[in-house]
Design a protein around this ligand. Structure first.
Ligand SMILES: [Zn+2]
Length: 171
């Protein structure tokens, strides 16, 4: 019952994430339809109601523009899954730093493409140098998540990730 449900607009654009109970109510009221079911059920005294994983509203609603997610340390660590992007070491958020690939002192911007999770060891090795000057390279090129909801996707676990994935490349 505590699982999250992805809510799509009638146009399939992801617009929200809600709790399972709310999603079931929307489906029962006919406001939304279940696009992807979860393997879980809600048990009432008389019925066994499947809990959706993704629902879609029957009627298009106007949604205020979702604010762009900022590349804060927290968000970058979610994107990079708490792994140093230089050596691949996984660590807890408190043990990771937010690294400007091109240091700010050299004009590097605070943008998704210039920020990566970095362990303390790599951070002190790199210091204030540009990545290539320090003889370091990245495991993969950092990008801005395609859609703010992708941050939720990065956070979601195994099967939820599978069921939500195809809806989160909307742009
Ligand atoms: Zn590292």
């Amino acid at each position: 019952m505590n699982s999250n449900v992805l809510v799509l607009n009638a146009s399939y654009e992801p617009i929200n994430i809600c709790m399972a109970r709310r999603a079931v109510v929307l489906v029962l009221k006919g406001v939304a339809i279940c696009e992807e079911a979860s393997p879980h059920y809600l048990h009432s005294p008389t019925r066994k109601i499947p809990i959706p994983s993704v629902i879609r509203l029957r009627h298009y609603i106007k949604v205020p523009r979702i604010r762009e997610k900022r590349p804060t340390k927290k968000n970058v660590l979610i994107r990079d899954r708490n792994a140093c992007q230089y050596c691949g070491k996984k660590a807890s958020p408190s043990e990771l730093t937010l690294d400007h690939i091109t240091p700010r002192s050299r004009g590097g911007k605070t943008r998704w493409e210039n920020l990566v999770a970095c362990c303390r060891r790599c951070n002190s090795r790199k210091g204030d140098q540009a990545m290539t000057d320090a003889g370091m390279s990245l495991l993969k090129r950092p990008r801005e998540p395609v859609h703010p909801f992708q941050l939720h996707l990065f956070r979601a676990r195994g099967n939820v990730r599978k069921r939500w994935r195809k809806y989160l490349y909307y742009s």
